[in-house]
Design a protein around this ligand. Sequence first.
Ligand code: NDP
Length: 334
Amino acid sequence: NARIVLASRPEGRPTPAHFRFEEVEVPAPADGQVLLRIRYLSLDPYMRGRMSAAQSYAAPVEINGVMEGGTVAEVLESRHAGFSVGDIVLSHSGWQSFALSDGSGLVKLDNWPTEISTALGVLGMPGFTAYAGLLTIGQPKEGETVVVAAASGAVGSAVGQIARLKGARAVGIAGGPEKCAIVRDEFGFDAVVDHRSPSFANDLAAVCPNGIDVYFENVGGKVWDGVVPLLNSFARIPVCGLISQYNSTGDFEGPDRWPLIARDILRKSLTIRGFIQREFVAQKPQFLAEMSQWIASGAVRYREDVVEGLRNAPDAFIGLLDGKNVGKLVIKVS
Ligand code: NDP
């Protein structure tokens, strides 16, 4: 049994030294437990927060504790009446190859409509984040302009495609020509802008001639600075993530933006609302029904960046924070 634990807490950008790879015995299930063999591990930006002791919406991983994470697993042994050997389940088993569970929190993936890894991506937490955040807070309407950054990623790619299904114009922001081409050609966004270009703010203005009605915030930083002047009156801004700040040590670049933003909130009657996807858990069944249909019909497409081997999880995760992943990042554990 292999596992990866948090060796120390990073200040700024994590390095491989903040993680430790360990070999331990495969545990034996007690009465009422199952032994899970992890097939896929999801790597997600929130894990940077769990490496830090700073106050957040969830408790941090302990030093020497197994890194937290969503997983798709197979029941290898069962001493639990509700599960049989061979069942495929969604679990939150973390960065390891085997885990015990008493069944709480396990979700069976019987008759899953597509590859089981999608339970961690487009049909899982990131897809649900896009769906609930966009439709509940963003509320895109026919003909409106919806802008989303990290647009080739798990959340952003779904945001743009759902916006288009609601009749809105989807504008993506992505890093570099390869990702921009994917956002346009594979995910069918109406326009895409490269945030690494020196002319980013002007490029964004050029593809938003009618301003921005919904800005789905995934990154913060200079992307936010480019978006703010283009916001229309009554624009809605679901604040989903701020990945450009996750490795920050506390000093944010540039002048204090608050007075200008406060002025715009008032003058343009903006709605800015942060959210954590689990607030909307009641919408999960509807999400699964609708998203499965959209995927089956080809109305929503997705892309996975599958990295082989648990040992490679630290490097892959560090790369995620640098934008190296292309699509939903998952580790194929076994
Ligand atoms: P992605 O698969 O999109 O990976 C992250 C992407 O962020 C990178 O590929 C990179 O894309 C982009 N990025 C990284 N650094 C920067 C930067 N400095 N400036 C601009 N872009 C950057 O991740 P997810 O789709 O899983 O997550 C997207 C966002 O959603 C994150 O902020 C995450 O924290 C948030 N989230 C929030 C949830 C909630 O409940 N509120 C739940 C799930 C996710 P590129 O190269 O194109 O710039």
